[in-house]
Design a protein around this ligand. Structure first.
Ligand code: PBG
Length: 328
């Protein structure tokens, strides 16, 4: 009688499908694509203006004309979407530049739409770049107030839609803002305009370089009274659920790398189109280590982006979009 061999290594050899590049590509479970990327852009007043953000090599503040040129480039690389952040000429207590129909983002949207109509333009909806104190809403007696702030965010979203934005993305983390935005959009004929909500956004140290790019560092205090505690996971599901109930079409987890578990839980639980924001600090760390010659930048970048996708993200907001698209 033939003896059974209990040493399973003779039957199962996981290395068999790793022996050459073709086999590896055939069993690959996660495929990163240009189509997954949303490229963040920072638009500032002026013309022919392009200023490097020192803490984010390869990222610039750009005037509208430069942004339009950049968008032509982004589209030709096969990246389907951009997200716009605006830095206004004047900041005030109530962030009026944010909901000015002739504001910086509104002007940029119109100009891009004219030149590159097929590019999906998402606008970040928040007040922090527009307020003199750098907070995401109105401040009264040292408190960042919720309900009056969401009225302003709704107005901001409407002016973005009227300018021609394809999608709005509220990033403030106040309660009820998705509903307020959905209502004002619907009441003004924008029933079909999707909302991508920054649904589980954490109070994170990884936003440091962004605040240089967007000139949005809070002048006092921090964002812990509205953004999430990094220690919480169940609460992220409640945040996401609330936004879905209020009408969010795409839900976002932010940052990405320290929160891959959250991306996975959100995807499994809700099965919604899920975005992850590979934020400024995640980008800058890679760029800095690469400049020091400590890591292989391209390899680490693709590994990070693949990891975010493997965790469950359908789309990735990333400053690496152009670099990665060139390699894919
Ligand atoms: C707020 C906003 C922030 C980011 C995107 N939208 C900063 C913040 O909450 O302080 C951070 C993005 C990044 O770090 O890349 N408008």
């Amino acid at each position: 009688m033939k003896q059974t061999n209990n040493n399973t290594s003779h039957f199962s050899r996981l290395r068999r499908t790793r022996m050459n590049a073709t086999l590896r590509s055939m069993v690959r479970e996660t495929e990163l694509s240009k189509n997954d990327f949303i490229y963040p852009l920072f638009v500032v007043p002026g013309t022919k203006f392009k200023k490097p953000v020192s803490s984010m090599p390869g990222v610039f503040q750009m005037s509208v004309d430069e942004i339009v040129r950049e968008c032509v480039d982004v589209k030709s690389l096969g990246i389907p979407a951009v997200i716009l952040f605006g830095i206004p000429e004047h900041k005030d207590e109530v962030g009026s530049g944010a909901y000015d129909e002739n504001g910086i983002v509104q002007r940029a949207v119109k100009a891009i739409k004219k030149e590159v109509p097929e590019l999906c333009i998402i606008t970040d909806v928040c007040l922090c770049e527009y307020t003199s104190h750098g907070h995401c809403g109105i401040v009264r007696c040292d408190e960042i107030v919720n309900d009056d702030s969401i009225e302003l965010l709704a107005k901001e979203a409407l002016t973005h839609a009227q300018a021609g934005a394809d999608m709005v993305a509220p990033s403030d983390m106040f309660d009820g803002r998705v509903k307020a935005i959905r209502q004002i959009l619907d009441a003004n004929g924008f029933q079909n305009l999707p909302i991508m909500s920054y649904a589980a956004k954490y109070a994170s140290g990884f936003y440091g370089p962004f605040r240089e790019a967007a000139e949005s560092t809070p002048q006092f205090g921090d964002r812990r009274s509205h953004q999430m505690d990094p220690a919480n996971s169940n609460e992220a599901l409640r945040e996401v659920q609330a936004d879905i109930e209020e009408g969010a079409d795409i839900v976002m987890v932010k940052p990405a790398l320290p929160y891959l578990d959250i991306i996975r839980r959100v995807k499994d639980r809700f099965q919604m189109p899920t975005a992850a924001y590979n934020v400024s600090g995640e980008y800058s760390m890679v760029k800095a280590a690469a400049q020091l010659g400590w890591i292989d930048e391209q390899r680490v970048m693709l590994e990070m982006l693949t990891g975010i996708k493997r965790a469950g993200a359908d789309m990735i907001l990333t400053y690496f979009a152009k670099d990665a698209a060139k390699l894919l």
